[in-house]
Design a protein around this ligand. Structure first.
Ligand SMILES: Nc1ncnc2c1ncn2[C@@H]1O[C@H](COP(=O)(O)OP(=O)(O)OP(=O)(O)O)[C@@H](O)[C@H]1O
Ligand SMILES: [Mg+2]
Length: 321
């Protein structure tokens, strides 16, 4: 399998008045061609900052201070502003929980999708771009595409807006789609439809997907490989079967145990004790140790990432000698 994206020792820090917040701290993972890689973890653990780092859209006072982001063999961190602008929307595109972050309220969705084509491919005529936009609107399952193309985002339901954003993200056939909690705001039925749509389009357009969510059941359903993130680190990574059948990190255990399951008759769901601390107040050493029931003396030092079985890595002293 060929790697499409490889993130190596990525560090993205926020330079705040009170100190340096290490939102992403020495994160490494890769995504193969045609693969869905799920990134999971509680709120505040650094998932979105990782995604924004790949897009080179980290907001100030955040800064990428180290590492490499190799995409199609080239380091994105060495690209100029113009080169990055060309890569975004053509080779890598992103969809969000809230479509209105992307969709402009004052233009019709057909206009916005056609515009996304001509910005990157000025040789395409407007009529041609419009036809492609209508085609894509149909592809993402919006009924009456020719008429709906003329509509404004506020005239659409949340699910339809989400589809329109997916159409816009895929219109230039990107190699990588980054989906940051794209279904979180939707009700369960629409959520299932959107996931199904994304899987189908991934097959058809041969894209890879970085799928970000805090919902492990979604990860189980759609991803091939999974990274579990806590406190700005990927604490465990492996294929979806190893992660669900043989979780190693106590944090992964906690997440799995707090997942509602149909085959268990528990009255109360487990929840991991405590909450994610703010960026500036993580403990020294293993960042999870204060919430971990397995913590022992070694945890005051940072554990190394070790490969426990082929392709299954964990960063926890329980697995290091
Ligand atoms: N613009 C910013 N300024 C300061 N700190 C920030 C900024 N953006 C993010 N952070 C901090 O970086 C850390 C990681 O945030 P991030 O948004 O990546 O979390 P997340 O895993 O995406 O969470 P969620 O599931 O809530 O979306 C958090 O502690 C957050 O407070
Ligand atoms: Mg986020």
């Amino acid at each position: 399998m060929k790697k499409l994206l490889e993130v190596l020792n990525l560090k993205t820090y926020f330079f705040l008045e009170e100190g340096v917040g290490k939102a992403v701290d020495d994160v490494s993972f890769f995504i193969n061609e045609g693969e869905i890689f799920g990134l999971v973890g509680e709120s505040g653990c650094g998932k979105s900052v990782t995604a924004l780092s790949i897009m080179r859209l980290v907001p100030s006072p955040g800064k990428i201070v180290g590492g490499k982001i190799i995409f199609e063999g080239e380091n994105l961190l060495e690209k100029s502003y113009e080169e990055m602008r060309d890569i975004r929307g053509r080779k890598i595109s992103m969809i969000f929980q809230e479509p209105m972050v992307v969709l402009n309220p004052v233009y019709s969705i057909g206009f916005q999708i056609a515009e996304a084509i001509v910005v990157h491919y000025p040789e395409v005529s407007w009529d041609e771009a419009w036809e492609r936009a209508v085609y894509m609107i149909e592809k993402v399952g919006i009924p009456n595409p020719r008429r709906r193309a003329e509509e404004y985002p506020y005239q659409m339901s949340g699910g339809m807006r989400q589809r329109a954003m997916i159409a816009m993200a895929l219109i230039n056939n990107p190699r990588l789609l980054i989906a940051d909690e794209p279904t979180t705001a939707l009700d369960v039925t629409v959520q299932a439809q959107i996931l199904e749509l994304m899987e189908r389009l991934k097959e058809e357009y041969k894209a890879s997907i970085l799928f970000i969510t805090h919902d492990l059941s979604i990860i189980a359903e759609i991803s091939h490989r999974v990274g579990v993130m806590y406190g700005g680190k990927i604490v465990e990574v492996g294929d979806v079967f190893s992660i669900f059948d043989r979780p190693l990190h106590p944090y992964t255990f906690g997440l799995l145990n707090s997942m509602p399951r149909l085959d268990k008759e528990e009255k109360r769901l487990y929840s991991i004790p405590g909450s994610v601390p703010s960026l500036l107040s993580f403990p020294q050493g293993c960042r999870f140790k204060d919430r971990c029931d397995k913590a022992f003396s070694l945890c005051d030092k940072e554990p190394p990432l070790v490969e426990v079985e082929s392709g299954h890595f964990v960063q926890c002293w329980l697995f290091s000698k």
